[in-house]
Design a protein around this ligand. Structure first.
Ligand code: NAP
Length: 294
């Protein structure tokens, strides 16, 4: 990857981790790999299952489909009403599992209750789990075996790597333990030889732990929850949060950016940090699936 311009947050010593720029570079290299696949007669294809009418989910799916198009990946979006039968969704997954022209399948979260999202994830062929969140893929991460990595934590690792920020031997503190983000994040950092602490809603004296972090990942889902006072001087701060706040335009992160940037040595913005990396990793995993199994 070409060397990245190093931009600092104005009036601070904090390096701005520009996920948008890194994601763009990744997309450019993916477009080259997709062209090579096209030359072999393979068009990488991502199939997306979207259930219900959650506006945020519709927006995310549109963004992902557009991103696919930008690098030459074909995308199929199948939208089902929330009243759909579980059996119909399962039949669709079976069809995609069996279709050699479909390389990746994404089940857009959340699938509305009473539909059984975990059962859908269990049904998906792990070779097509480009979102990296089926029990198989997560188990492979625990076992240190190859599988597709969950896109958001994988994107965070790639962002740290793009800036040459070492992980090995560092104390990484992950705030949040969700299946799609906090847990795989902790495992990926552990697999890269960080010493990892995982915090959650029952953690006592959270700030005493976050203040020990060389690398702090905020994956809480609470706007501006992590403040500068909760950080160790020169920490690397990764904000995975995306929160809607009434009266404010755009998304608000889980980190109070201005106070954190006064203390951090590097920090991701929201937007333009982790979000674009997540989408880039979805494209990356889809291209890999087409290269491996196409
Ligand atoms: P989630 O499933 O709601 O998980 C939130 C986690 O935060 C839980 O583990 C919860 O602990 C923990 N938590 C809640 N309150 C806490 C507190 N007071 N102290 C410490 N921990 C606390 O959320 P998620 O899906 O992981 O998402 C987290 C954030 O990342 C959200 O803002 C989401 O929008 C964003 N996100 C961004 C991307 C992206 O592409 N950038 C992708 C996915 C998610 P318990 O387990 O104890 O409840």
């Amino acid at each position: 990857m070409e060397s990245l311009p190093r931009t600092y947050v104005p009036n601070t010593n904090a390096l701005l981790l520009d996920g948008k720029r890194v994601a763009q570079l990744i997309r450019e290299s993916l477009a080259t790999r997709v062209a090579a696949l096209h030359a072999r007669g393979i068009t990488p294809c991502l199939a997306v299952m979207l259930v219900g009418d959650d506006p945020a989910s519709h927006t995310y799916v549109r963004t992902k489909a557009k991103a696919c198009e930008s690098v030459g990946i074909r995308s199929i979006v199948r939208h089902f009403p929330a009243s759909v039968a579980q059996a119909e969704l399962e039949a669709q997954l079976d069809a995609w599992n069996a279709d050699p022209s479909v390389h990746g399948v994404l089940i857009q979260h959340p699938v509305p209750a009473p539909l059984d999202e975990p059962a859908l994830l269990r049904r998906l062929d792990p070779r097509k789990d480009v979102d990296g969140i089926t029990p198989y893929s997560l188990g492979a991460l625990v076992a240190g075996e190859p599988a597709f990595g969950a896109c958001t934590p994988l994107g965070i690792i790639r962002l740290l790597d793009a800036y040459g920020l070492p992980i090995e031997g560092k104390h990484a503190v992950v705030v949040g333990r969700s299946v799609i983000l906090g847990k795989p994040m902790a495992l990926m950092l552990l697999n890269r030889n960080a010493t990892v602490t995982i915090c959650h809603s029952r953690t006592r004296d959270l700030a005493s732990l976050t203040r020990q972090a060389d690398i702090l990942v905020a994956a809480v889902g609470k706007p501006e929850f992590i403040t500068g006072e909760m950080l160790k001087p020169s920490a690397i701060v990764i904000d995975a949060g995306y929160n809607r706040v009434e009266g404010r335009t755009g998304d608000v992160g889980d980190v109070a950016f201005d106070s954190a940037a006064q203390v951090a040595s590097a920090i991701t913005p929201v937007p333009g940090g982790v979000g674009p990396m997540t989408v880039a990793m979805l494209l990356h995993n889809t291209v890999e699936a087409a290269e491996r199994y196409g």
